[in-house]
Design a protein around this ligand. Sequence first.
Ligand code: ATP
Ligand code: MG
Length: 271
Amino acid sequence: MTIAGLSPPLSFLRKQEKRGQESNAFYTNLMLKIKNLSIQIENKKIIKSLNLEIKLGEIHAIMGPNGSGKSSLAFTIAGHPSYLITKGEIVVDKVVINNLAPDERSRLGLFLAFQYPQAITGVSVFNFLRSIYNAHHIEKIPIHKFKLELNKYLKALDLSEAFLERYLNEGFSGGEKKKLEILQAMVIEPNYIILDETDSGLDIDALKTVAKSVSKLSEQTKAGILIITHYQRLLNYIKPDFVHILKQGKIVKSGDYKLAKELEKNGYEKY
Ligand SMILES: Nc1ncnc2c1ncn2[C@@H]1O[C@H](COP(=O)(O)OP(=O)(O)OP(=O)(O)O)[C@@H](O)[C@H]1O
Ligand SMILES: [Mg+2]
């Protein structure tokens, strides 16, 4: 499904912009905007009047206790049907996406890396990546070029070529699942990337590898990034511009990366 006039991904336009005039005002106004958003699931209020703006090139982190609504917020942005928006708007580059299907949101440049990725039997990683590439790019590339690109990404993520022949998430270790999420983001080059606890379950080397790849992706594509995490550890490798504390469905405090350091020391009690 595509939306007339909107299907060319902004990543494509942005690449053109990078070749030309860097400071085009059109691009500086692009953002993922969450306006006064309230979310409910099974009659339970989960997110309450939340406001957040993530501009291209910005890195935001959301931290907060278990059950505070972080994943619910991420799922709602991605278009999961279980979450009901009772108030407010989610806007991507001036388009209200409240009623768009997940694939339409994805074509507008949104990407969510799941906290618990699912297995899909019978689909190889390679075929999956090839099809998501084709769904997100106007310019088609020959298969050998695509393979060359993929090999670069695999190397950056410290994955072997054999990884491409495996079935999606089937028997993957926790670390491999998380790396596959990042591999997808590298292939799609989304404008807005939401990482829901991508760091959990990663050993220290994998954590550094993943963090480096995300930082590079943000530099290269100027994507706006929202990192959901429990640990300041990840933020040692990807320095956020803004840190927000979510508690009981509300942002109770926003600050810079120092806020994450303070949380690590003192916990959420005082908020
Ligand atoms: N599908 C669902 N059905 C019922 N309740 C749900 C559902 N999804 C979320 N909730 C409830 O919404 C609240 C927020 O959950 P959510 O998963 O968003 O929290 P979180 O901040 O991501 O927590 P964690 O840090 O443990 O991942 C919880 O009370 C949870 O039980
Ligand atoms: Mg969660």
